[in-house]
Design a protein. Structure first.
Length: 140
């Protein structure tokens, strides 16, 4: 994989992290119903991890000679708490898949530090996915 292709892929990951930040922020403000307080806490607790991921990606893109994107991927609309959790689950699954592919690509490009950091981010995103799935599994 060329450095330019890696930068382009990392920028897509960065746009997805921006999306997650906006999604969690928006959903925490918009969620209603009997589980509001629990979900507000859940959504807001995820924001710092996503911000950390975004900052790392932006810094790495610059280190590789690129320019970080400033545009988030579109945030899917959701009306109900269940829909919000379903959209979060989809986004976290996408992040795990993207970082898994990117880690392999980074290894191929000789960017071992990046590959290892992406593996750590896979662990974070897998945890987010599993916690969201647990909430959804018992949702009525």
């Amino acid at each position: 994989m060329s450095k330019e292709a890696l930068i382009e892929a990392l920028n897509k990951d960065l746009a997805n992290e921006y999306q997650a930040i906006v999604m969690y922020t928006t959903y925490s403000a918009a969620v209603k119903g009997s589980a509001r307080l629990q979900l507000v806490d859940f959504f807001q607790s995820e924001i710092p991890d996503e911000q950390g991921h975004a900052q790392y990606l932006a810094d790495k893109i610059v280190a590789l000679g690129g320019v970080p994107t400033t545009t988030p991927a579109p945030v899917p609309s959701a009306e109900t708490p269940r829909e919000m959790l379903e959209r979060v689950l989809e986004a976290e699954k996408k992040a795990v898949e993207g970082y898994s592919a990117r880690s392999e690509q980074a290894k191929e490009a000789g960017e071992l530090g990046l590959a290892i950091q992406l593996e750590d981010m896979i662990v974070d995103e897998t945890g987010h996915y599993e916690e969201t799935k647990k909430l959804l599994d018992e949702w009525s």
